[in-house]
Unconditional design. Structure first.
Length: 432
């Protein structure tokens, strides 16, 4: 579990998790979180998040996805002269080229590839870059939207009008992708946006190990009624409880507020250079020393006045260094023209009795399995969540019912992991 640090008040809650699943021996998924470290970097580069799902024999898939999530943030933040959308596209293209080079250099890694879904949150809005069938979603006010297009055979055939609706789900394998990073030296990269950001928005980046097992409406209902950390746990556990056939990776980001309310709908074709601000304390000291020098000079203390002037000069030098020691921060303007055609799908996701009952059934199945296997479980804690969920559902508060059932399921899954750990180590002690 990875949680976003809080070096400054960036207004985000973000949690990331990658799980091997139940049927894979290794994890070929990878992720990256690269939040802006300051207000200035937020204004020029924003917050960047990436999910990648690798493919290839041996360790090839692991290497491909790791190269993607290492390269994209590094290159994106280096390309300061490009507007963020162009820098993001260039960074993904560079990742593709690096994966291809490594694949060509070794027979074991030849043909390796990976999906890549990237999200940048900027003052002007959200921008995504997409290759493959990992996904970026946005939840807002009980509505879930898929911002990215799946580069899969099913989606491509739908876009071409060859199938419609749910047609093709049964006879077309859903895991056949039509585009990935690595197999070829060049790749077509989809950019989407700019999507306006509002406080309360929740974004999800995930691999198909999650979206393939948990329905979109279910994803939206969980995102809407749980904090990011609990939502990540619930989504991963639900995917595993439905077989966990693939690696599962998710990043959940909640926008608590927008720093400085700096939402400017500008154009990506122009850039304004903004110098770094000077620490007010340094400027205050320089002014204080200047006034002190004048006062001392007027009082006839020449030597002390000279010392005060020298101190003023040092403070001025520090101020100049702060302002000009690094290249100016560039802020880019966006013209409001869409970069792509997203969102590509939308679902109304208000929690309801049907979903609460579904989760209740899962919780009871876990209870029965634990009792049959005589696992040691803190039943008081588990029953507390189930009872609170039942009571909330009886009162029609389905959001609370869903969140409490999810907490019960997550708690039980944690207890079962502890049970397995104790079994492997031979520890048969009771739970506290």
């Amino acid at each position: 579990m990875l949680q976003l640090g809080n070096n400054w008040d960036h207004g985000l809650q973000a949690v990331a998790r990658s799980d091997v699943g139940l049927r894979r021996g290794n994890n070929q998924d990878s992720l990256a979180t690269a939040p802006a470290s300051s207000v200035e970097k937020w204004q020029s580069r924003g917050h960047l998040f990436v999910v990648a799902d690798g493919m290839g024999a041996h360790a090839a898939g692991e290497l491909a996805s790791k190269l993607a999530t290492d390269t994209v943030p590094l290159v994106y933040n280096k390309l300061r002269d490009l507007a963020p959308p162009e820098a993001l596209r260039a960074a993904v293209a560079e990742a593709n080229l690096e994966i291809h080079r490594r694949g060509q250099a070794s027979e074991d890694f030849r043909g390796m590839g990976t999906t890549a879904s990237a999200l940048v949150l900027l003052p002007q809005g959200a921008v995504t870059a997409q290759v493959g069938d990992s996904r970026v979603y946005r939840w807002r006010a009980d509505r879930l939207e898929q911002l990215t297009f799946d580069h899969s055979l099913v989606w491509e055939m739908r876009a071409a009008g060859q199938i419609s609706g749910e047609d093709g789900i049964d006879f077309i394998p859903r895991n056949i992708i039509t585009r990935s990073l690595g197999p070829n030296p060049e790749v077509q990269i989809d950019l989407e946006g700019v999507f306006p950001i509002q406080p309360g928005d929740v974004y999800l980046l995930c691999s198909d190990g999650l979206s393939g097992q948990v329905q979109d409406e279910e994803i939206g209902k969980i995102l809407g009624c749980m904090e990011p950390e609990e939502a990540v746990d619930a989504l991963v556990h639900l995917a595993n409880l439905r077989g966990g056939p693939d690696n599962i990776t998710a990043i959940v980001i909640r926008v608590a507020r927008i720093p400085d309310d700096d939402r400017r709908g500008h154009s990506s074709s122009t850039a304004t250079a903004v110098r770094r601000p000077v620490n007010p304390l340094v400027m205050g000291l320089a002014g204080l020393f200047a006034l002190g020098a004048l006062a001392l000079l007027a009082a006839g203390y020449l030597l002390a006045a000279i010392v005060s002037l020298l101190a003023m000069g040092v403070a001025g030098a520090v101020a100049a260094w702060q302002r000009y020691s690094e290249p100016p921060v560039r802020t880019y303007e966006f013209d409001g023209k869409p970069l792509g055609r997203g969102p590509y799908a939308a679902w109304e996701c208000k929690p309801d009795q049907s979903f609460a009952d579904r989760l209740s059934g899962i919780a009871e199945e876990l209870r029965e399995a634990a009792q049959n296997e005589r696992w040691m479980v803190d039943w008081n804690h588990f029953n507390m969540h189930c009872n609170q969920a039942y009571a909330a559902g009886h009162l029609g508060d389905y959001g609370k019912a869903v969140s409490e059932y999810c907490r019960a399921i997550s708690f039980m899954m944690s207890e079962l992991r502890n049970q397995r750990r104790r079994s492997h180590t031979g520890d048969a002690g009771a739970l506290n």
